[in-house]
Write a protein that binds this ligand. Structure first.
Ligand code: FAD
Length: 512
């Protein structure tokens, strides 16, 4: 097959690599001049800033990135860090150790009376990660997916059954009434499941809460190096990755996608298409060709979160000492999280000269924010938008000072990023990032788009956000595409692409 992938985010590149490895021709079209999207790294005045993602998880044995590396025969430029991060509550500091004994001692000291919860959480997380280590096509789209699911289950998996309709709050029981403990859980789940304990599904939330214990890494050269490794691998194995090629339309005829058209006048024909986009982004490029189910979906779904970010260039000598390179701050327990009341701050590896000039460090700070007010402010009056941006900048710096008092004195460069910035640089409509809140396994979104040779991939598809999440999603989507291709193959005498082309798809050359 000729496979066309729209977008060089981690999800798109992972799927592209697996399909190339399976013997198909792959072309990736990326609008930006660098790969990685929300997990990309951009250069500015000597610093390399992580645009969004800063915590690199999933590299431990059997983790998604480790499995992908094994499948492709590549190495990731990562180094584990312990502690994973430090959480600052108004009245206490909790260090999230990767080391299991240190973490047990820490949580017992920080949150007495919660041990039964942590035992349940670790048990469910173990089950979730175990299922995820096998092919698990969730949500199932066919009878054959159902059979794959049945094969992935083990007797131990059944012990999760009582929690199928539980949230993390249900799992916490009476311990969850302590406002400090609740805020701690909420802050972890907001960054890892896009929702808080009262809404996060117990199984998904347990796996998300396990992130520090499963190991967090520094990526040499910044988070974008992960996508960079995949681009190199694709090119070295005969795949094409074309930058500055924003797909502006998909040509649909006879109920199938036939070609992708770019802003540079390129028309790339193919047999199978993968959209590393949100449903809203896909709706835009499909235009009149959008199937009714996708048109309904983008109207029906509420907006997802956006992010406000600060990129700081810091003078290392002027920085206060930090207990960890990743810090999370919750300012006020009485206020909802996000909007500067919960902030995640990551400092680049002090030894990584690929991220900052000698004697300097790059930092990315982020908070969840509702997207609509930013666009309303911009539309109403650019000055109002600028004021809002300045107020959020101040909020994030003030929160960061709680973790690193005196941080402002080290700031040599300060760049804010709003949902408007995210839309500009990642082309995600309205700057909506992070995928869907993981509230119910039954509401999980799969890769189907309503067109048989077009799939969604990336953090809109279960299991959702994070580089590890979109890698798992990419593996699942690659398997779905291969199954589809095999079905095409079975119905023909010899060669699947031949059948596809004889059904009216354009013939090579793939790029014109
Ligand atoms: C502030 C923030 C902090 C985060 N923190 C973490 C973290 O610490 N750890 C973690 O693991 N995850 C984190 N995440 C989540 C993680 O970054 C994302 O879930 C993941 O990177 C999304 O990958 P994706 O495959 O969906 O693609 P995206 O990152 O959305 O990339 C899509 C790519 O497609 C390109 N594109 C879009 N439209 C077109 C088009 N029409 N034509 C061509 N190209 C197009 C874009 O330019 C982009 O490169 C964070 C996200 C944000 C925003």
């Amino acid at each position: 097959m000729d496979v066309v992938v729209i977008g060089a985010g981690v999800g798109g590149l992972t799927t592209a690599a697996l399909l190339l490895k399976a013997g198909h021709q792959v072309t990736v079209l990326e609008a930006q001049v660098y790969p990685g999207g929300c997990a990309g790294t951009f250069y500015h005045q000597g610093y390399r800033f992580d645009a969004g993602a800063t915590l690199a998880g999933g590299f431990a044995p059997a983790g998604p990135h480790a499995r992908l590396a094994e499948a492709l025969g590549l190495e990731w430029p990562v180094r584990p860090v312990d502690p994973a991060w430090v959480t600052h509550l108004p009245d206490r500091v909790v260090t999230q150790w990767a080391d299991p004994a240190a973490w047990r001692a820490e949580r017992q000291a920080a949150f007495p009376g919660t041990e039964a919860f942590w035992r349940r959480q670790e048990h469910l997380a173990g089950l979730a990660w175990d299922i995820a280590s096998r092919h698990f096509p969730w949500p199932p789209a066919s009878l054959s997916d159902g059979l794959d699911l049945a094969r992935a289950l083990r007797p131990a998996t059944l012990t999760a059954a009582p929690h199928l309709f539980h949230t993390v709050t249900d799992l916490a029981g009476p311990a969850g009434r302590d406002p400090h403990f609740r805020a701690f859980l909420d802050a972890q789940l907001l960054i890892a499941a896009q929702t808080t304990a009262a809404h996060a599904h117990a199984l998904y939330g347990s796996a998300a809460l396990d992130l520090p214990r499963r190991g967090v890494n520094h990526v040499r050269g910044g988070m974008g190096a992960l996508a960079g490794v995949l681009v190199e691998w694709l090119r070295a194995h005969g795949g094409q990755v074309l930058f500055r090629q924003a797909v502006t339309a998909l040509e649909v005829a006879g109920g199938r996608v036939r070609a992708a058209l770019t802003n540079k006048g390129l028309r790339v024909a193919g047999d199978a298409f993968l959209a590393n986009l949100t449903p809203w982004g896909l709706r835009q490029v499909l235009g009149e060709g959008a199937p009714p189910s996708l048109r309904r979906e983008v109207v029906r779904r509420p907006a997802t979160w956006g992010a406000f970010t600060l990129y700081l260039g810091l003078e290392a000598a002027a920085l206060p000492p930090a207990a960890a390179d990743h810090q999370q701050v919750i300012v006020d327990l009485a206020q909802p999280l996000g909007e500067g009341n919960s902030v995640f701050m990551s400092l680049s590896d002090p030894d990584d000269l690929g991220c900052a000039p000698a004697g300097h460090r790059a930092a990315t700070l982020s908070t969840h924010t509702a997207v609509a007010p930013w666009w309303e402010a911009l539309r109403a009056d650019p000055a109002r938008y600028a004021d809002r941006r300045a107020a959020y900048t101040e909020r994030l710096l003030a929160a960061a000072e709680r973790a690193l008092p005196g941080l402002r004195g080290a700031v040599r460069l300060c760049l804010p990023g709003t949902p408007v910035t995210f839309e500009t640089f990642t082309r995600r409509p309205h700057g909506m990032v992070g995928g869907f809140p993981q509230t119910s396994l039954l509401a999980a979104r799969g890769p189907a788009t309503g067109l048989p040779n077009l799939w969604l991939v990336g953090d809109s598809v279960f299991p959702g956000q994070s580089t590890a999440g979109v890698t798992l999603g990419g593996m699942r989507v690659a398997a779905a595409v291969l199954k589809w291709a095999a079905r095409q193959f079975d119905r023909t005498a010899f060669w699947p692409a031949q059948r596809l082309r004889s059904s009216g798809a354009p013939t090579p050359p793939a790029t014109e």
